[in-house]
Design a binder for this molecule. Sequence first.
Ligand code: PLP
Length: 380
Amino acid sequence: MSRPLGLAVVRSAAFAFDTAQDYSDVLGGRASGYSYSRIDNPTASAFAAAVGALEAPGRDDVAAEPFASGMAAISTTLIGHLRAGDHVIAPADCYGGSYSLFRRWLPRLGIETTLLDVTDTSAVRAAVTDRTAMVYAETIANPTLTVPDLTALAGIAHQSGACFVVDSTFASPVVCRPLEHGADLVVHSATKYLGGHADATGGVAVGAPGHLDPVREARIDLGGCLAPDEAFLLHRGLATLDLRLRRQCATAMALAGKLSGHTGVTRVRYPGLASHPQHHHAVRLFAPGLFGSLVTIDVAGGRQAGMAFCDALRTVAVATSLGSVHSKVSHVASTTHRQLDDAALAAADIAAGQVRISVGVEDPGELLADIRQALGTIGG
Ligand SMILES: Cc1ncc(COP(=O)(O)O)c(C=O)c1O
């Protein structure tokens, strides 16, 4: 007997049954099986199950749902859990797509969101109302790389009977497993670390059935299902997730340390640095010695210097997204946060010359040399 080592890609939208009764039983939930790939697909299910095992090792009471993108996972989780009249507490500095859900789309459904600094747990506690149905956080925020106290947020959420949802895209289960710190549901853009190669788009939501079932029901009706070919690529990425993350985190830590004293850089943010305002949370919540692969630096000289720094890089690509094997840089004020004027940037603690570096798996010495030569080129 033998079996394929690679995951089989089941590229079928519909599945045939031996009998009409079998068809009825699977659709009715009386028997397990596949009927239609928007509902369940073997390749997509295998990917989700593998992420579930990484987020909650050894726990068979935790399951996972696969999605077409991170935003499909997040929007479906919100819609699955919230109804008109509900109130949500979420980070003011959350990912732009999520921000848009909270500010633009949820109000149309009669759901109100208070956006605030979720690292300020007193402010979160003060914002809770008798309608608060969800507290939402990100393990590491973009681009400030703040780290909220997940345990404290879980306590506040649960005291008021609210669900605690964590977008852990920036950490991955190698760096942090929020379910172990009180989260009810974890969501990911699998497009980032989980896939790891910037060649597939997907998402996933993980949690115990009591919290995940409404997400599954909403997924089936809203239709953000993960395609089998994408699921194959994302699943293949998981095989090297731990290896990639350890290398990426070690290089990011080394770069953050070396750039901290550089004259061309006015500030370095990295959760692994003792100077990071929530370093103590990161040490407690994250796997030993792992702090993620995002490093944010403020290039001396403002907006033009920040953009010129990006242009001068040779190994690091000027590119969107993060978490893949390739090192990437983005100038924050002109790309991900371009909607913010100077006053709003200052309020969000984003310097005009700030750049976000997503550290890949390239040779650490080559990356440092590239960053140093780019700072040198612009006179830093
Ligand atoms: C923290 C975070 N959450 C969610 C998303 C959305 O993921 P996707 O682009 O896969 O929809 C992103 C995308 O950049 C992200 O950075």
